[in-house]
Ligand binder design. Structure first.
Ligand code: AMP
Length: 233
């Protein structure tokens, strides 16, 4: 379907890129998926700045609470130290609250959330409540050994070798259901995360434009047809 036939609220307009917070009412609501070390943080910061929407990184929220010694930080610390996931109900509450903040009115880039199927469905429910559905889930994909090298080089406090291996293991176990969840809903774009960060940003923007040029009903239908043909094979 040509771009011009899409409903106005689904059309990618110049204003989508020009609008600062409080500008047009078209928004960009995306989640970035991908393993630790895939460059989600870098891309999330750039996309958020480019589209004038907040960057919400659950890992940053937890780390800042740990640093400040808040009650949440005290609970989260042992999960961060071991590379395990903080329990779903805690993360879901934090994100649900954050999404109601006024700066999220025109969208957001979620980085590090969702990380499990229950988190993904809680996010969908919350966005339905707010009347602001997700536009896309971008999955940045990088091979495990490359990730290990990147993570070992960056040496954050929670980046010991054992923690890194555990975080990659935890990721591998939880990622597949998430990809399926978003694929079924016609929201998924899988992107090779290796290469120059500037090129990667342009690639992500191009894929977003591509996705958003098609109404979600059409995207969902194509995803259903593709999945059905795989099952029938
Ligand atoms: P990150 O900076 O995204 O790699 O997250 C660092 C750590 O924060 C993870 O290893 C988890 O312990 C915790 N964390 C961040 N986001 C989530 C989430 N969505 N669900 C559960 N735990 C999370």
């Amino acid at each position: 379907m040509p771009c011009s036939a899409a409903s106005p609220e689904l059309r990618w307009t110049r204003e989508t890129e020009r609008r600062g917070p409080g500008g047009a009412d078209r928004a960009l609501r995306i989640v970035l998926l991908g393993p630790p070390g895939a460059g989600k943080g870098t891309q999330a910061v750039r996309l958020a700045a480019r589209f004038g929407v907040p960057h919400i990184a659950t890992g940053d929220i937890f780390r800042s609470n740990v640093d400040q010694g808040t009650p949440l930080g005290r609970v989260a610390k042992r999960y961060l130290d071991s590379g395990e996931l903080v329990p779903d109900d805690i993360v879901i509450d934090i994100v649900s609250e954050r999404l109601a903040d006024p700066d999220c009115r025109h969208g957001f880039v979620l980085d590090g959330f969702p990380r499990s199927a229950p988190q993904a469905s809680a996010l969908s429910r919350r966005l339905d409540e707010l009347g602001t559905p997700l536009d896309a889930a971008i999955s940045l994909e990088v091979q495990e050994e490359e990730l290990f090298q990147r993570l070992a080089a960056r040496a954050r406090a929670d980046d010991t070798e054992q923690t890194i291996r555990n975080r990659l293991r935890v990721f591998a176990a939880s990622n597949h259901p998430l990809l399926r969840y978003y694929e079924q809903r016609g929201l998924l774009a899988r992107i090779d995360g290796v290469g120059d960060p500037d090129d990667l940003t342009e690639l992500v923007v191009a894929r977003l434009k591509d996705l958003m040029a098609h109404p979600i009903t059409e995207r969902r239908r194509s995803a259903e047809v593709a999945l059905a043909s795989m099952v029938g094979r």
